[in-house]
Ligand binder design. Sequence first.
Ligand SMILES: [Mn+2]
Length: 434
Amino acid sequence: MIHTLRYQPIPAAFYEGRRDVLASHLPAGSLVIIHANDIYPTNADGTLPHHQNANLFYLTGIDQEETTLLMRVGENGAHEDILLLRETNERIVIWEGARLSQATATQLSGIADVRWNDGYNALLAELVPAAHELWVETDNHPRRYTYVQTRNERLNAALKASYPDVTLHSLYPILAEMRLVKQPEEIAQLREACRITGAGFTELLPHIRPGMGEWEIEAGLSANYLKRRARKFSFLPIIASGADTCVLHYISNHKEVAPGSLILCDIGAEYGGYAGDMTRTIPADGRFTPRQKEVYNAVLAVHRYAASIMRPGLLKSEYERLIRVFMAGQLVQLGLLTQEQVDAEAQNPLCVRRYYMHGTSHPLGLDVHDVGPADPTFAPGQVWTIEPGIYIAEEGIGVRIETDVLILEDGVEDLIPNAPLEAADIEAAMAARA
Ligand SMILES: [Mn+2]
């Protein structure tokens, strides 16, 4: 048993297997170098909590700062791996608590050769000139928007400066492809993240009422998640009431919930590094108004349609187009678009974007907006969100309904069956209020 972890770790054999697959994609003579993420400063001596580099975690299971994975790849996918760790000492143990011992790191990762960081430079001086190709971590996620340099980017630049003759290759496309299809061990972790996400919300549902602060809902969810062994929210929770249900990334959660308004909760728990991601939209009073219910049922119809067509072999972009066609019909029924507007672009009604401005699905895994190729084909073992929404700013009504699903051979499995989806089930759960 690993006593420093809140979660049940994936057995080391999984990480050994992932490194085997990665090595099988690389030519003999390759050297893989992946670093942990930095601990980012705030002010004075403050820091943000450490969040591990997803690719390093995916290949090692090590959730600790200042960790480096080195893999020397030989013929036919053979590889020798070295893990470098921050050396622990008495002072660190007193102030910060235990860090991984070499033995525990081996137990978690399956890597026998674990060394301390003071050997880093000498080791690179030995391994880099001997390597034919260097394979390093870069973050090419299309939605990344920060310009802060990561630890990997900084140390990749240092490598280039120290060894100008060596070419650096990006691991991103290979790892993105690998991570898109989840292994059974990962599906187990995602199941738990999703179970916690749904259970924590369903437990809070009867306690939600008008006059409550959006922050109180956030606090209740946080308690319900942490007591189920989540480390934290998997992203900043959106608890948006009233007109702010139409603000897609509202995160200030600062208002009191007005009577008669909707509350949109886009929330998720993180378990063992894996993310849940769920949205439910509920009536503050415990009963939807007729118009709210009309919009709710339109979104639910789109949700059910999306779940019905998501299956192996379908291209993601084609899936999104089909959903726009279906969504257009719903928006006409709601009186928001005219049939003429829709007919003018019947094959791909981009006019729906006035009320539905985001995509329906993104992959889910170690990252909330998980990695993958630009336009993947759905396949068994992938985990995706399904999250259509309709946002009518002029009416102050925004509804999004989101579940996470595992793609099976012949359809999808809802990973959050424990949170109510139908309007009537939400009303029934809220009617049980204490
Ligand atoms: Mn989502």
